[in-house]
Design a protein around this ligand. Structure first.
Ligand code: BGC
Length: 494
């Protein structure tokens, strides 16, 4: 059996701490992450229902690079054994993947269960455990069943109930073996890009309201699922449940400018704290969000704030609904204060913060937004420790993309990983942050949302032109294998 998670974590004491000698803590989780739509393919196989990403990618109009889709992608639905070989080759202790809600429940409700979908995930989970790999399962990673979107999606309270029923079904079906659960992946991204700017599925453009309303319902859905686990399953199954939150680190553009310092705080406030404050602290939104959005709404003539309010009962229900902290970190921004002349409502306008990328920072070749700033992760980890009561933290995603065609020798990219792992060691040993694990995004090159296959985040290269979709390790995979085997950064010793 894979190891059972715990809510305690011992930090090894090092008297003469030295980065070159430091091991990662015992039982450190070494993982890689994927998500269903990005790797599975089989978009309509064996009774799977459509998700919003199937719909979005099938609608022509350059929403996705070269109108590519996830119809086939890595075909992990049929090639799971190949993925397992990659996982074993790396020696991962943990593998994070997501369940496709509409593969299990084609119309999003428990009215009809697709047994073929259940069988598929049983195979994945059982073979991971047979190989001593602990599964970490995300219930929802961007791919809402289309039937639920047709009834309002995350803008509707009905989706809160549907999610809770789906979570109940998953805990009941897989929870005898799965002990690490994530409810929703990156609600910030879903809210901002799915319901505010419409860049991602379901493509809703409701600036100033869409993100806040959808986030409001996602927070309630997460809390409902956590309570379902806590009340119905925890005693028997003994697992842990959290939510995967993404955040940049933010530095003031002018370090000595109080306005930029406040703006940098707001950048994190309107991203990480938006979800972490209610869930980890007090059941309510950060004060800065409430005051900014309320003031801006008033100036724009709204009768009340565009940010919805939780009732006192809802606050009690939301507060304290995470058993560990799950962080996805990719980049750092420099932030300038920017007065917003209260024109069109938008969540970015409410924030009054402009983000700038420092031109001296390297940028990942496959993602123009991804400035490579390993030290930003250490700051963010320390911030989470100080703000959220010293939680156990899993870094559930971190990675660097290459553009296509991507060389198998990606030594430069490995250097980014190595520097990042050094920053994690500093966070653990110098800052006393309780980091319990690190998951690379991603196991495989895959469908990178609106960038399609042009942006490659994999530890394994996938040849999408070849019908067999062969997986071949990059240099980073070979180096990561050594780190996992030794539980430390061997290459520091040459
Ligand atoms: C998402 C992944 C995505 C990765 C790289 C994260 O926001 O969870 O699905 O592929 O970033 O863009």
């Amino acid at each position: 059996m894979a190891s059972t998670p715990s809510t305690t974590l011992a930090t090894p004491a090092y008297c003469n701490w030295n980065l070159e000698d430091a091991s990662f803590p015992e039982q450190f989780a070494w993982g890689a992450s994927t998500s269903a739509y990005q790797i599975e393919g089989g978009w309509d196989a064996d009774g799977k229902g459509p998700s919003i990403w199937d719909t979005f990618a099938h609608q022509a109009g350059e929403r996705v690079f070269e109108n590519q889709t996830g119809d086939v992608t890595c075909s992990s639905y049929t090639l799971w054994e190949e993925d397992l070989k990659c996982i074993k080759q790396l020696g991962l202790t943990h593998y994070r993947f997501s369940l496709s809600w509409s593969r299990l429940l084609p119309d999003g409700t428990t009215g009809f269960v697709n047994q073929k979908g259940v069988d598929y995930y049983n195979t994945v989970i059982d073979s991971l455990l047979a190989n001593k790999v602990t599964p970490m399962v995300t219930l929802y990673h961007f791919d809402l069943p289309q039937c639920l979107e047709d009834r309002g999606g995350w803008r509707s309270g009905a989706t809160v109930e549907a999610f809770d029923a789906y979570a109940h079904f998953c805990f009941r079906t897989f929870g005898d073996r799965v002990k690490l659960w994530l409810t929703i992946n990156e609600p910030y991204v879903i809210a901002e890009l799915g319901y505010e700017t419409g860049i991602m599925a379901p493509g809703i453009k409701e600036p100033g309201t869409g993100a806040y309303l959808s986030a409001h319902n996602m927070i309630k859905a997460h809390a409902a699922a956590w309570h379902t686990y806590d009340e119905v399953f925890r005693k028997q199954q003994g697992g842990l449940v959290s939510i995967a939150l993404n955040s940049d680190w933010a530095e003031p553009f002018h370090p000595n400018s109080p306005a930029d310092q406040e703006a940098a705080k707001r950048h994190i406030g309107f991203c990480l704290d938006w979800f972490a404050t209610p869930i980890f602290m007090n059941g309510d939104y950060p004060v800065v969000m409430k005051s900014k959005i309320s003031a801006m709404s008033k100036k724009q003539g709204y009768p009340s704030s565009r940010l919805p309010e939780f009732t006192p009962e809802e606050k009690m229900t939301i507060k304290g609904t995470a058993d560990f902290f799950a962080l996805n970190y990719y980049t750092t921004r420099k932030i300038k204060h920017q007065d917003y002349a209260c024109g069109q409502p938008s969540s970015t306008g409410d924030k009054e913060a402009e983000q700038v990328t420092d031109p001296s920072w390297p940028v990942a070749t496959g993602s123009s937004w991804l400035a490579v700033v390993p030290w930003g992760l250490r700051h963010l980890l320390k911030y989470i420790k100080d703000t959220y009561n010293h939680p156990i933290i899993y870094i559930t995603e971190n990675g660097f993309s290459q553009s296509d065609p991507a060389p198998l020798d990606d030594s430069r990219r490995w250097e980014y990983f190595r520097l990042t792992l050094q920053e994690i060691l500093k966070a653990i040993y110098i800052d006393d942050v309780r980091v319990a694990g690190y998951f690379v995004w991603s196991l495989l090159d895959n469908f990178e949302w609106t960038c399609g296959y042009s942006s490659r985040f994999g530890l394994f290269h996938v040849d999408f032109e070849n019908a067999a979709l062969p997986r071949v390790p990059y240099t980073s995979a070979i180096e990561y294998t050594k780190v996992i085997a030794n539980n430390r950064l061997m290459n520091l010793h040459g």
